[in-house]
Design a binder for this molecule. Structure first.
Ligand SMILES: *[C@@H]1O[C@H](CO)[C@@H](O)[C@H](O)[C@H]1NC(C)=O
Ligand SMILES: *[C@@H]1O[C@H](CO)[C@@H](O)[C@H](O)[C@H]1NC(C)=O
Ligand SMILES: *[C@@H]1O[C@H](CO)[C@@H](O)[C@H](O)[C@H]1NC(C)=O
Ligand SMILES: *[C@@H]1O[C@H](CO)[C@@H](O)[C@H](O)[C@H]1NC(C)=O
Length: 414
């Protein structure tokens, strides 16, 4: 991680903010409470991951921040598709002031879409734009200085909130609040709507939102939504992305749709972003079962990565850690290194940890030797990551990887 961060230009920042239309999508993290590198690097990593980011494809994990770092890069975030975790930070404020929706596509501890845990300095959450949590509960505990949120109407779900009982600003009236200013009053888009409309911007029938909206709206159309319930097709919320095939009622046949789009998270895209594989109708990081990965080079030199259905059995491929027969295995060792013999492309990752080079009499595991590593000499491509934390003392270089050309990073270490 530290080496990658050192290579700032063209590193995390540019790789991870994928421009889709006008909104930058970034991938988020899956670290939970871990601190994968030093404190300074951790702040720097968060800054690079989220600068310019509006939609987070995965989880937003804000952890291990100290002092008075500049966190203005969080202000651009509008939507999080996984969970939001704020933990073990000692700063006073987390300015997620524009976050509208947490979808809870993944939950912290299998339960929570929003978890705020053990932050010694935090006083305000400032989630003043948050109007929707689609799935999952809320857990706020162990923040000794947290004054707000107060009186927030959470609608429903499993909610546990412990905060000091600071009263809300008078301007909020009967509404709850996220902080000390009049701007921090809770925006209500769910309650006090005309019966029959799920979201609204006011109590009148004309204030009802379109039924494809989530979080609220600025008007009645499906292009006026604050967030989409299903898919966002260039700013219009729809039940599905434009289909691959259309039914032609004249000929009673399915015909290819020239305006088809692919599903990427909740966004409809004409082309899958860099490093994602295109399936029949969606963008993915791993091909579905019964499919194989095919890379074609267009005349303009651009690479197209696709999943194609195999005719019959799929050809055998070399799996790396985290995939196929090596799912759940954490390191290359003497009992699995044989699988890599002669491989040119590994679907998955490689990790060399101290235990790779230790013998374990209990499981009859011998220690990996420098000579064993020669199997990687043919290797040209890894779809996941390459992590080297240990290496034989008598092998002073990484020459066995001399033919390695691409590390795709579709899976990342920590
Ligand atoms: C998360 O789950 C673990 C193990 O089940 C438990 O020990 C821990 O208290 C949970 N944390 C929260 C915030 O619920
Ligand atoms: C839909 O995506 C566009 C960018 O493609 C973005 O500007 C817009 O805010 C999004 N709309 C919603 C409702 O999420
Ligand atoms: C060694 O590899 C085997 C087979 O892949 C795996 O089951 C085992 O857990 C590994 N052992 C260690 C210590 O990583
Ligand atoms: C280890 O090897 C010995 C001798 O080959 C064998 O008897 C024993 O069952 C093996 N143990 C395991 C855990 O595979």
């Amino acid at each position: 991680v530290e080496a990658v961060i050192a290579a700032k230009d063209g590193g995390w920042g540019s790789r991870y903010a994928l421009m889709i239309g006008c909104s930058a999508v970034c991938l988020g993290t899956d670290m939970k409470l871990a601190l994968p590198s030093s404190l300074e690097n951790h702040y720097e990593m968060l800054r690079l991951l989220y600068t310019g980011c509006q939609v987070i494809h995965g989880n937003l994990e804000i952890t291990h921040l100290q002092g008075t770092p500049d966190l203005s890069f969080l202000q651009g975030i509008v939507e999080v598709q996984g969970y939001v975790l704020i933990a073990h930070v000692s700063v006073a404020e987390i300015p997620l002031t524009n976050l509208r929706i947490i979808r809870g596509g993944r939950l912290y501890n299998s339960s929570y879409a929003l978890a705020v845990l053990e932050n010694t300095g935090i006083k305000e959450l400032q989630l003043r734009s948050l109007t929707e949590i689609l799935l999952g509960g809320v857990y706020i505990l162990g923040n000794p200085q947290l004054c707000y949120p107060q009186q927030i109407n959470w609608i429903d779900g499993d909610v546990f909130v412990a905060a000091l009982g600071q009263p809300c600003p008078a301007a909020c009236g009967s509404r709850g609040c996220w902080g000390r200013t009049a701007d921090d009053c809770q925006t209500l888009t769910h309650v006090q709507c005309m019966s029959g409309c799920q979201y609204c911007k006011g109590p009148q029938a004309s204030d009802c939102c379109h039924d494809q909206c989530a979080a609220g709206c600025s008007g009645p159309k499906n292009s006026d939504c604050l967030a989409c319930h299903n898919f966002n097709d260039s700013g219009t919320c729809k039940e599905s992305c434009p289909l691959v095939m259309l039914y032609d009622i004249k000929t009673h046949q399915l015909i290819p749709n020239p305006n088809k789009k692919f599903i990427f998270g909740i966004i409809c895209v004409k082309q899958c972003p860099y490093n994602f594989l295109t399936t029949y109708s969606a963008c993915t990081r791993v091909c579905p079962k019964g499919n194989q990965e095919v890379i074609t080079i267009h005349p303009d030199g651009k690479e197209m990565q696709k999943c194609e259905q195999c005719e019959g059995e799929c050809p055998e491929v070399c799996y790396g850690l985290g995939m196929g027969n090596l799912q759940g295995v954490s390191a290359v060792n003497s009992s699995n290194i044989g699988f890599f013999q002669g491989c040119k492309k590994i679907y998955g990752s490689l990790a060399f940890l101290p235990q790779s080079f230790k013998a374990d009499p209990l499981t009859n595991l011998t220690s990996l030797q420098a000579a064993d590593l020669e199997v990687f000499r043919t290797l040209e491509e890894i779809t996941g990551y390459l992590y080297i934390d240990a290496w034989p003392e008598n092998s002073g270089d990484l020459g066995v990887f001399e033919n390695l050309k691409v590390i795709r990073g579709r899976m990342l270490y920590k």
